[in-house]
Structures are given as C-alpha cells and as structure tokens.
Ligand binder design. Sequence first.
Ligand code: HEM
Length: 370
Amino acid sequence: MSKGSLDCKMVSQHLACTVLGATLFGDAFLGWSEATIYEELLMMIAKDACFWASYSVTPIWNQGFWRYQYLCTKLKSLTQDIIQQCRQNYKLFCQMDQNPHHETRNTVGGAASAASHSANVVTPDNIFLQEFDDHVNAREPCGNIMSVMFHGYLTTAGLIGNVLARLATNPEIQDKIHSEIIMVRKGSLGQDQQSVKQMLFLLATLYESARLLPAGPLLQRCSLKHDFNLKTGVMIPAGAILVVPVQLVQMDDSSWGSDANQFNPYRFLSKAEKKSNIVNVMPFAEERVDLGQGTYVLNDPNENAAFIPFGSGTRACLGQKFVILGVATLFASLLEHYEIRLQSGSENDPKPMMNQLLPNPKIVFVKRDS
Ligand code: HEM
C-alpha cells in the first residue's frame, strides 16, 4: 500500500467500533486501554458468528468452536470491564455534580434545578450514563450491549465503507456535501446533532449508499402458525420462510426508475415547491437545501416500500435513526476537514470496486486548507 493510503474496509471497521463504543460507553471507551483488543475480538467473533450459529447441534467436537467460545468469553469479560469503568465515571460525575444547594436531585424540582444549574455539563453522554446505571443495577446490559455491538459493528462498518467509497469515486458529490456542511455550520453555533439534520444532501447520500449496497443481503419472515395470504393472491403456508433479496428489491427499475443501478442521491430529494402539500414524517423533512439548482427537501426514504436496508414493519431495525445520525455526524466532521480521494493511480480505474459486493478501495484523507 502506498504511503498515506488506507484500506477502506479497515478504516470503516475502526470508525464503526469507535462510533458505537463512544455512544454506548462515552468517554470511558475513548480512553480505554483495551479498546484495540476489544475491536479485534469483535471483528473475529462477528465474522465467525453466523457460521457457528448455523449448526443445529452445538459442534462440541470441533476445536475451532472452542476457540470461538474462548474469544466470546474474553469479549464478555472485557465488556464487563468497560461497563465497570463506565459506572465509575458515572459515580465520579455524580460526585462532581453534587452541590450543597441541589441535594434534592431525585425530586422533580431538584432534577430540574440541577439540570439548569449544570446546563453546561449535561451532555448526551451523561444522560445516557444515568439511564445506563439503572440498567446496570438491573444486571442485564452485558448481553444486550454485546448483541448491539455484534449486529451494529459490521453493519455500521459496511455503511461507512460504502459511503467512503462512493465519495472517493464521486468527487463532485463530495464537494457539494462539503459546501453544505460549511453553510450549515456557519448558521448553527456548534450544535452538531441538530445541524446534521439540516445536511440534507449528506443524508440523501447515506440513503443512496444504503440503497445500492445494503449491509444485509436478505430479510426473512416466517408465519409459524397460520398460512399467510399476500395481496397478490399468493398463499405462503405456515412454517415456510419468506426470503426478501434486499439488494434486488432496492435496484428494481419498477420502484426506482431507469437509473436504479446508478448512484444518485438526488432521488431522495424533491424540489421544494413540489413538496409543499406533502406531510412528511421525518423530523428533518422540512429543512431545505439549496444545491445550486433550486431548493430541495429530503424525502422520507421509508415512503418507498422498496427501501429496506433496515428492514420493514414491526421488526425493523431499532438502530436506524441512531445509525443515520451517528454516521452523518461522523462524515460531517470528517468532510469538514478532509477530502477523501482514491489512492493516486487508481483514478482511471472505472470504479471497479462498485461491481464487487463489498467495495474496498484504497483511499487517502487529504487535509483541506482551512
Ligand atoms: C448500518 C447499520 C445497521 C443496519 C444496516 C441494520 C440493519 C438491520 C436489519 C436489516 C434488521 C432486520 C430488520 C427486519 O427483519 O425487518 C435489523 C434489526 C435490528 N437492528 Fe439493526 N442495523 C444497523 C445497526 C443497528 C444498530 C447500531 C443497532 C443498535 C443500536 C441496531 C439494532 C437493531 C435491533 C435491536 C434489531 C432487531 C429488531 C427486532 O427484531 O425487532 N441496528 N437491523
């Protein structure tokens, strides 16, 4: 690999682990000496988990299985370790936050006045920790946290890697997003999460990346007890597994138009005047962005039933909003200061990585002039 160039997949995995770890454990994760080992273990386990889960009988005769079990035990113990550190940080925070005038913190009035008094220290981080402590006391988070990390790690890494590759191969789109970031940042006084909701072209780019290359290739549904009749008249017998090929659905011309296989974030945006009568359920849908060709609003991607990277219905992904906002925040910070380019020499390659299931180009981060 040439100097300064990075493996897109490795970078994405590292970023995904940091985003998830920092969200779940706050500062404790960022300063944690075992974070690298945790990430490596997570990667090894996440890669093998489906394989070992595919056995209907636990393969106790297989040495590889016992190695896998050992890794899982190690990951569990590290998870307990970071939870413990998180609790200590939380206690420290409570001690720092204690104030002789606010000893009635647990009462409604006390909580309100403590919040207003310490408004500059109540971050999403410590709000999470407070809830987290309640769950820790209920002794249940370790398994839940590990499940979120397993599921979220490779899926989030897939989305980040996909977006990195799209931006590196579409510099004109990257430039537009960069202008949007600068414009929105100027108008918002550092309230990151809020301002990301105004970066409609960035959000549209995430949706388009998730459409063209969903992290999970298949969705499955099974009606265990009753036969199920589709509107088309087709009957699915009880117990049969219905498999939805996500990528095929998301690239189907009949739902997405003749450019279904092209990367086109504009498909998630509508000219503002056309949208004026439409009630949109997305919290940021009423924001507008001027992309030089008129003002746009962001469509709710879920309005199109063929948009299913996060599944659909009652069992749809619970992390969808968190992931979209988390990854958008990541890219808003990254693109504000860096340009993502393909490793020099590979520019004339006609986007070969986009024909593979998992894009993995070599990329370079070039610092922007401030
Ligand atoms: C880009 C990242 C992610 C993608 C593409 C993704 C995708 C999915 C998909 C396709 C499903 C199955 C939905 C269905 O069958 O209809 C799912 C389920 C789920 N996801 Fe995600 N996910 C991501 C990240 C996350 C994260 C970070 C979390 C947690 C914070 C999360 C929590 C869940 C949960 C709890 C379920 C199970 C929901 C249920 O069965 O009721 N996901 N996800």
